[in-house]
Ligand binder design. Sequence first.
Ligand SMILES: NC(=O)C1=CN([C@@H]2O[C@H](COP(=O)(O)OP(=O)(O)OC[C@H]3O[C@@H](n4cnc5c(N)ncnc54)[C@H](O)[C@@H]3O)[C@@H](O)[C@H]2O)C=CC1
Ligand SMILES: N[C@@H](CCC(=O)N[C@@H](CSC=O)C(=O)NCC(=O)O)C(=O)O
Ligand SMILES: [Zn+2]
Ligand SMILES: [Zn+2]
Length: 372
Amino acid sequence: MASSTQGQVITCKAAVAYEANKPLVVEDVQVAPPQAGEVRIKILSTALCHTDYYTWSGKDPEGLFPCILGHEAAGIVESVGEGVTDVQPGDHVIPCYQAECKNCKMCNSGKTNLCGKVRGATGVGVMMSDRKSRFSVNGKPIYHFMGTSTFSQYTVVHDVSVAKINPQAPLDKVCLLGCGVSTGLGAVWNTAKVEAGSVVAVFGLGTVGLAVAEGAKSAGASRIIGIDIDAKKFDVAKNFGVTEFVNPKDHDKPIQQVLVDLTDGGVDYSFECIGNVSIMRAALEFVVGVAASGQEIATRPFQLVTGRVWKGTAFGGFKSRSQVPWLVEKYMNKEIKVDEYITHNMNLTDINKAFDLLHEGGCLRCVLAMEH
Ligand SMILES: NC(=O)C1=CN([C@@H]2O[C@H](COP(=O)(O)OP(=O)(O)OC[C@H]3O[C@@H](n4cnc5c(N)ncnc54)[C@H](O)[C@@H]3O)[C@@H](O)[C@H]2O)C=CC1
Ligand SMILES: N[C@@H](CCC(=O)N[C@@H](CSC=O)C(=O)NCC(=O)O)C(=O)O
Ligand SMILES: [Zn+2]
Ligand SMILES: [Zn+2]
């Protein structure tokens, strides 16, 4: 059914990042109607991920200002542009920063979950059809972010970036499946393909790291060693399957040596879920974290000659539109945790406080209600 706002510019509240490291400004923005192949979504809930902080901090080479950040959300389709057939107004959806057109060379390759259809536009903060933004404040354009921009009551995304989900699913919970939880689970199941009996190390026990632990437990890992410099993470990590804890601050030796000693020679899989290049080196074999601009990783070729594999993952290797609905069903069937990662709930107007919380040990995910 058509909404009363279809075809109209919507004025709504959004959190605008005008400059790196400056508080976001919650204010009225204008959201233009969706063009051909686009979908306008009423966002009901959005969480904050470390990657939002990374771009806000100014370290992301793709970061553009002013922009509307946010990429871990859920909402309801308000209207669709010409030619959109897969979703319609009223559908419950999760915006996906990793698109899936099901038709490009990359989607057809069978080798990757990365899609090439709209990445050239989403990486520079615009929509593909006219290379323009759908957001503005008093006529001045505001860049999109990751093709999602969910820190807004309404957003416009490409149709290839929308996963239609079970309408019974609570949007204030399943928004987490738009990034962190899915990435951690997929890193284990799709990218590393951890086998039963494996010994696993997880560096960084935030949401991504805890979801790695949860995925490793379900894959039958025999030991899951959690490593974090914040001891407050250890108690909660037990509930996600972590069996042992190491705080690098308690040791004089390099963390690699501590783990080698603890495991009689080393682990089968190690996951870096921090975004720290020296830990990526330490964790050689596996990378999840997003490292800052200009940073590089190096290791001795011997590490690779002897069979170790360094691998990265984007969105845990999940094909977004095909598999996010499946992840939502797994949550509805109580086969994966989601609620347990939500430590805080706030309103959109409190978004700057929510950003501060990202640095407090007690916070995994803070979900913002969009206050419609
Ligand atoms: N590749 C992908 O598709 C995705 C990557 N990411 C990236 O994954 C990383 C983790 O994201 P979140 O879980 O949201 O972050 P978070 O900030 O909630 O968790 C990071 C954890 O690492 C710990 N930590 C920091 N420095 C450490 C050190 N030197 N040694 C050990 N532990 C340390 C912190 O105490 C914290 O518990 C970030 O870099 C984020 O940008 C996030 C989502 C998707
Ligand atoms: N813009 C950054 C790279 C950021 C990055 O690596 N993003 C991840 C998702 S992180 C989610 O929280 C990703 O999937 N990247 C693949 C992609 O197509 O963007 C930079 O340039 O460093
Ligand atoms: Zn994220
Ligand atoms: Zn594609």
